[in-house]
Design a protein around this ligand. Sequence first.
Ligand code: S3P
Length: 746
Amino acid sequence: MSSFAESTVLIVGLGMIGGSVARGLKQRNPHQQILAVDTDQQQLDLATEQGIIEQGSLTVKEFAAQADVIVIAVPTLAIGQILVALEGTLKPGAVITDVASVKEAVMTQAQAKLGDSKSRFVPSHPIAGSEKSGFGAASGDLFANRKVIITPEPYMDADAIQTVHQLWRRLGADVLGMTVRRHDDVLAATSHLPHLLSYALVDVLVKSKRNEDIFRYAAGGFADFSRLASSDPTMWADIFVANSRATTAVLDEYIEHLQLLRKALVNKEHGFLKTTFTQAKAARDSFVQKIFNPMAEPTAQESRLLDYVVAPGGQVTGDIRVPGDKSISHRAVIFGSLARGVTEVSGFLEGEDALNTLDAFREMGVTIVGPEDGKLTIYGVGREGLQAPRKPLYMGNSGTAMRLLAGLLAAQPFPSQLTGDESLLTRPMQRIADPLGDMGARVDTARGGTPPLTITGTRLHGIDYEMPMASAQVKSCLLFAAMYVEGETRIREPAPCRDHTERMLKGFGYPVETNSATGEVIISGGHELTASDIDIPSDISSAAFFMVAAAISPGSKLLLRHVGVNPTRTGIITLLELMGADIQLSNTHEVGGEPVADILVQHAPLRGIEVPRELIPLAIGEFPALFIAAACAEGTTRLRGAEELRVKESDRLQAMANGLDVLGIKNTLVADGIDIVGGAIGGGEVDSAGDHRIAMAFTIAALRSSAAITIGNCSNVATSFPGFVPLANKVGVAVQIHDQTDSGAD
Ligand code: S3P
């Protein structure tokens, strides 16, 4: 098949979903050849008359050999017989998908009935539809801005996966990947159970003695709740039979919950009812805002106003693993997407920043399954395989994502836009726009050199570039662009900074020369990336908060497992050791080209130091945590040459100085650094300035404070460290979340 636009699409089952696929494809491309099979001749005639399909038939066999893409849109339990009819008559290279709401049963059928063609069957499930059925209810825009889940497996052909992805993308959908089991579990809870309950409620009322005139008064709640009971009975009986395992499991949970509510009703427990309803309302409200208002970019987390209240004192003990490395997580998605083949990722950070990167690549046509328990399966599209994004790509809070993607996008044959949250929209982008411009790129910033970025996408040429600052983001941005240029690019860094991109290039088989003596990286364009599995270590930048926590609080002993200790990241360990901290590394080994170790930190008295300048880039994300160590140290800690801290997620020098002032820690701020004099830490209210690392730094400060510390504006902790609060509590930091969203706080 040359291109989707020239392919012949066969729709088997011209009901509401099948009809909507046909209408949508025809609407977007009047030349698309569409054939349809249905048991109802009238529907076929109607679709032919309306010019939606070229021809209709009552039998699958008639058209099977002509179709390049086949969409099976019949009730779940009828799919098996369609597959039997197709097998043996398929056109070579034909791609098959379905639209069923249950995937395990369909996969089993496909594997049993499709023989060799099973690698070209890629299941899908559009999360769209209504209680209506039939071709008459079909709409060409049914899938626009809706989610379609596909459940690919590594044994399936890459081009078949891409074709199915493209089909839904053409119809305006956002395509997500999921494992079969997770799909069935999620759908059981969010779709199947609600239908069962709706049918059940109507059925109870129908059979009840009170039913004679009850429907007459049944507006409002009943009308809403019973809408689903108007759905197609055959289709839904099929779904429940096919997904019996998962629906039974969630139904049991529901019954248990109903029993609790029943007890509360009998006992007139107003408090219990109110709490249950309040939690449910909050969850539903934020869901509505997130799902039904796709223009509102901030996620539910970001839009909430969360404060942390931390009780004073304590010590930290235990054996923990912090979430995956953020820098490596972003890069894993980028490399996996651009590679040929399937990349399996484990340890992926399920924080908002990395999730936004993942969404961006999905938007550019990459099929990614997960994350599920930190695992991703990325079906790479190859270095030339990205599709033009249909909307500006939202990078949330992440400067890394924006800068790395800018380099990559500058070299693509399509235009794109990159945008982000309030903080990101203030961050400097000239540092990448300038050298990319030298390479021939067109990257337009807003006035002042800040995002949003408008990227034209063009052919680039190599450059020889002396970076003015030691920034891994700038270096990586240029490396991604350089993969697409003719000839060589040379980049020199003024001091060593994180080298994950270079390591991953090598891991994916892309030639790159690195010279640690000169700080030079040399790369030529035009090579392929080959898929390679990635095991992401825990993020040393997240571990840093717990390292400092243990170092400053008497009686502490904390083991942090499987932490990434790449030498371009371990500045925090060196600095804490210079201050007198007791840190021991063990079990050091290499995982996928990155060194990892278990880190044991025990309390020891700290002393102030002068921070060696060469360590700054190696600890660039860890200064907020380090400033807390400095506040607990004897004497003064002096930092100079760290002006970069002023342009991170917040002005970190200023934000930390403000907070230290509140807590009574003497400090002197200068343009490129700070002096911090260790002393007694008081309590009070500090502002995180919406910066995740400032929020976490002041949280651990409470271990040594004389009174509680309240930290404002902490929702962005979710960008890098989901689960920070429970983990902090687990090891001994008494922190509570106060949700100020609905309290009128501003
Ligand atoms: C990062 C590099 C650092 C760091 C950021 C992540 C990366 O920025 O602060 O959080 O993943 O490349 P700079 O290298 O620009 O200082």
